[in-house]
Design a binder for this molecule. Structure first.
Ligand SMILES: [Zn+2]
Ligand SMILES: [Zn+2]
Length: 447
């Protein structure tokens, strides 16, 4: 329900009302339950999902994930055997294989998303949940939760695991495959990481860590008929969702969230320009990423280089339609969808379109969700490079498109991070207000 006529006191507002992070709509706060998740009536964004027994479950799952982390990464993962010659590799060796190939930038991306961010994510979750379990409320826990919020998207062990399965299916016809302890620990690591991320009730965690008292809630007078946080003179922290009053014009410099320290803006600065720049760069890089070879296979002295599309065609010709479709979706359709989807949203803001707003908001959230899955092909190549090492008999190496393809993934992910979805509603609101101000107009507010 929106605030229209009643002007609640600021203390009541922060206690009983919230602001939608997706569209800035001022909302009456509804307590979530295990069966009911409140949804924003304007952009349909899920506002707060209740997680039962969140602290204890997050603690147990993140600790289990940390215990599995070492064997999953350093124990042997798979063995490939071709004509009596065997090669094996651990996940750690596969992750570092890009450096052996001289692909340092791709190597850094694979190490960050496959090794460092997953470890950081589990460690940060463990630290915060253990602290809360013991009843602590320390500054370092706030820093940990703040970092978790920013790093969790970059932990891609789930994508990596699908990459392992695709590598197994790809090599199943040409090599005898042995499965080792590392693989089973890795499956356990992915399951516990996903479950730990699904267990954390961020709203509960932030509330427990909040040192402020009720009297410290915003004192900014709330405008009558305020529909959005901006109109009510309130800012929502994008990380911890604390509501803070807008700074007065005489207050100089940027302000930070009093709870988590995140810099606060009414809207992300230069959001549209930055998103456009990244989307155009991604589009330009898509050409070399798809036209140049991404992988080079040498077999008995013959070297054959293949592009992303060649690899997909090979799967279809070999009858592996399911895997072909997965690679086609992750490597070709997802990047194209992200680029065209973001471009559509940005053009729509430029033209102040008021139609299909909910669909566009939903599309943006889907773009954010699928962004990381494009890394699939890069993980498969890293695994093949470390496992297919049979000297003159057969070997796999990376080719130039790997770098361009990684850059496309990064540009599209940063474009989504740079974009502020509230701008979609702002531009439509401005147009509606303009039309409503014209004499004889009967235009109502956007919902
Ligand atoms: Zn909303
Ligand atoms: Zn905050």
């Amino acid at each position: 329900m929106m605030i229209q006529k009643k002007t609640p006191s600021p203390a009541r507002l922060t206690g009983q009302f919230s602001i939608c992070p997706g569209c800035d709509l001022l909302l009456e706060e509804i307590q979530p339950s295990s069966t009911h998740t409140p949804v924003c009536p304007r952009c349909l964004r899920r506002l707060h999902r209740k997680r039962p027994d969140s602290i204890r479950r997050t603690l147990v799952l993140s600790l289990t994930g940390l215990l599995l982390y070492l064997p999953a990464n350093f124990a042997a993962l798979l063995t490939f055997n071709i004509l009596g010659t065997a090669t094996n590799s651990s996940l750690f060796q596969s992750t570092l294989s890009m450096f052996d190939q001289g692909e340092y930038l791709v190597g850094i991306l694979v190490v960050m998303t496959g090794l460092i961010c997953p470890f950081m994510t589990l460690s940060l979750l463990f630290g915060v949940s253990a602290g809360l379990f013991l009843g602590w409320r320390q500054r370092w826990m706030i820093i940990f939760l703040h970092w978790y919020h920013h790093l969790s998207e970059w932990a891609m062990t789930d994508v990596y695991l699908i990459g392992v399965f695709i590598t197994i299916i790809k090599m199943n016809h040409s090599a005898t495959i042995g499965y080792h302890l590392g693989l089973f620990c890795f499956i356990g690591l992915v399951a516990t990481t996903v479950a730990a991320q699904a267990s954390i009730d961020q709203s509960l965690f932030w509330d427990r860590l909040d040192r402020s008292k009720a009297s410290e809630h915003p004192k900014t007078p709330v405008a009558t008929k305020a529909r959005t946080g901006r109109e009510a003179g309130l800012l929502l922290c994008p990380t911890c969702h604390k509501i803070t009053p807008l700074p007065s014009p005489d207050q100089q410099g940027a302000i930070s969230c009093p709870r988590c320290g995140e810099p606060l803006y009414i809207r992300k600065e230069n959001s549209i320009d930055r998103s456009w720049a990244l989307i155009v760069t991604a589009l330009l890089l898509t050409l070399p990423a798809n036209l140049l070879p991404i992988m080079s296979v040498s077999s008995l002295g013959n070297v054959s280089k293949s592009t992303i599309i060649d690899g997909i065609i090979l799967f279809f010709q070999g009858g592996s339609y399911g895997i072909g479709l997965i690679i086609l979706t992750a490597s070709v359709l997802v990047p194209l969808f992200k680029i065209t989807g973001m471009a559509l949203i940005l053009v729509s803001i430029h033209n102040r379109r008021t139609s299909w707003l909910r669909h566009k908001a939903l599309m943006f959230r889907f773009i954010q969700f699928i962004g990381r899955w494009s890394m699939l092909d890069i993980f498969v190549i890293a695994l093949l490079c470390s496992l297919v090492r049979f000297g003159s008999l057969s070997s796999v190496d990376t080719a130039p498109a790997a770098l361009y393809f990684s850059a496309v993934v990064l540009c599209t992910m940063f474009a989504a991070l740079s974009f502020d979805p509230r701008l979609l509603w702002d531009s439509a609101e401005e147009k509606t207000a303009k039309e409503a101000a014209q004499p004889g107009s009967r235009v109502g507010p956007l919902e």
